[in-house]
Structures are given as structure tokens and as C-alpha cells.
Design a binder for this molecule. Structure first.
Ligand SMILES: CC(C)(COP(=O)(O)OP(=O)(O)OC[C@H]1O[C@@H](n2cnc3c(N)ncnc32)[C@H](O)[C@@H]1OP(=O)(O)O)[C@@H](O)C(=O)NCCC(=O)NCCS
Length: 216
């Protein structure tokens, strides 16, 4: 298992030098659909980093990485996949995280919102998470909300369903340690280190030897 962490703005100049050689026609078309330059740059940076990281693991050229969305519960927005390697990517604010490994996984990073944004994000969580967050002091609440969202989205991305599954269903926990809402999936908080104080991150990995179909 490997986690790659990068600062998005630092990658943009490099990504611009390799994009013409690495992106496939579908990726170029997607890049060209972004109206704002900042969104285009963010897509470019994370896609070039993803190709570089996967190429390293697979021992092939970045342009040869066969990236494709897997058909899944989220339809055409299914979890992207490459044969023989599991990976997950997330970006928020200036942060990019990529996790790769031999088992199913999902990663998420969430920038700490402002107070009002945090209250909106909190409103659609599991009732027990909302209650716990409501007891958290006003000063600490936005970071606590970002932590719950990172846990939640890492789980939903590991499962491949994303936000097509209602975020109020699975109780990932708003306390100090993540919960264990579904058999077969282990949620871990990820420290972001220096420079990561403005965001929270989590990784969900599949546990071996568990039949995940049994209790979903
Ligand atoms: C997956 C999802 C949770 C991502 O959330 P986000 O906070 O906006 O973005 P993140 O940076 O954390 O993750 C984006 C990455 O998740 C991955 N991803 C996309 N769909 C995914 C899925 N169903 N399962 C797991 N990972 C997925 C991709 O690698 C994507 O990177 P890309 O945009 O460069 O291709 C969200 O987009 C989602 O729920 N999508 C599926 C549900 C859906 O179809 N919604 C309707 C959209 S029109």
C-alpha cells in the first residue's frame, strides 16, 4: 500500500510540460470542458500525477496506463480502475492524495470549511454524527465536520458508489476514532503533516477474508 501526497499548485507547471504526451483523447476533451482555468489546472495536475504514480507501480510509461471508469452503482461516474492495481484519488484546496495497493480502497481529503459551509455539510450526515458535531464547540466544529466527511467519502469511494449512496446511512463516526459501519471495510484517519492543518483526510481499505456482501 502506498499513499502519494502533493501540493496541487506546485504540480501545475510540470503538468503543462507533460500533458500533450500523456493525456488520452477522452482526458483532453474533459480538460477542455472546464470553463475556469483554475479547474482546468487542478484536473491536469491530478491526472498527470495519477498517471506518473500508476506508471511507476505498473512499470510502464505514463501514457500507456489504461485508465478507465469501471461500470458500477454510480453508472458512468463509476470508480476509475486499472487492471491489476487498486487506486483512489482525491483533491481539495491545494491538497492531492493518491492511494494505491493490492486491495480495494478509497481515499478522501476535505478542506476545512468555514462555519456556515460546515453546518451545511453536517446537515446531511448520519443523525448520530450530527448530534456529536452539534456538541462540538463552535471553534472546533468546521474541522470536525471535515474529518467526518473525509471518513465518509473515503468509505463511499472505496465501495465505488460515491455520493450516489446517501451520506446519512453509514455511521463513520464524529468522535476521536473512526467507526466501523460496514463489515469488510476499515476506515483510518490520515495525518497530513506540516502544511495540512487546513484539511482532514481518511483512507478506507478492504479487510481481507470478509464477505462484504453479507450485511450491506
Ligand atoms: C466520487 C465523488 C465522491 C468524488 O467527490 P469529490 O469530493 O468531488 O472529489 P475527490 O477529489 O475527492 O475525488 C475525485 C476522484 O474520485 C474518483 N471517483 C470518481 N467517481 C468515483 C466513484 N464512483 N467511486 C470511487 N472513486 C470515484 C476519480 O478518480 C475522481 O478523480 P477525477 O475527477 O480526477 O477523475 C463524487 O464525485 C461522486 O459521488 N460521484 C459519483 C456519484 C455521482 O454520479 N454523482 C453525480 C455527479 S453528476
Amino acid at each position: 500500500m502506498a499513499v502519494v501526497q502533493a501540493h496541487l499548485p506546485d504540480l501545475v507547471p510540470w503538468a503543462r510540460t507533460v500533458e500533450a504526451f500523456w493525456l488520452d483523447p477522452a482526458e483532453q476533451a474533459r480538460r477542455d470542458r472546464f470553463l475556469r482555468e483554475a479547474d482546468r489546472d487542478a484536473f491536469l495536475a491530478r491526472r498527470c500525477l495519477l498517471r506518473a504514480a500508476l506508471a511507476e507501480r505498473l512499470g510502464i510509461e505514463p501514457a500507456a496506463v489504461p485508465l478507465a471508469p469501471a461500470p458500477g452503482a454510480a453508472g458512468r461516474h463509476g470508480k476509475p480502475a486499472v487492471p491489476g492495481l487498486h487506486f483512489s484519488l482525491s483533491s481539495s484546496g491545494g491538497h492531492i492524495l493518491i492511494a494505491m495497493g493490492p486491495r480495494d480502497l478509497g481515499i478522501d481529503v476535505e478542506r476545512v470549511p468555514d462555519f456556515v459551509g460546515g453546518e451545511q455539510m453536517s446537515a446531511i450526515l448520519h443523525p448520530a454524527e450530527r448530534r456529536r458535531l452539534a456538541w462540538t464547540s463552535r471553534r472546533r466544529r468546521p474541522a470536525a465536520v471535515a474529518r467526518v466527511w473525509a471518513r465518509k467519502e473515503s468509505l463511499l469511494k472505496a465501495m465505488g458508489v460515491g455520493l450516489s449512496r446517501d451520506p446519512s446511512v453509514d455511521r463513520v463516526g464524529a468522535g476521536r476514532f473512526p467507526g466501523h459501519p460496514l463489515p469488510g471495510w476499515r476506515i483510518l484517519d490520515l495525518p497530513l503533516g506540516s502544511g495540512g492543518e487546513d484539511a482532514r483526510a481518511a483512507l478506507t481499505v478492504s479487510e481481507p477474508w470478509t464477505d462484504r456482501r453479507s450485511k450491506m
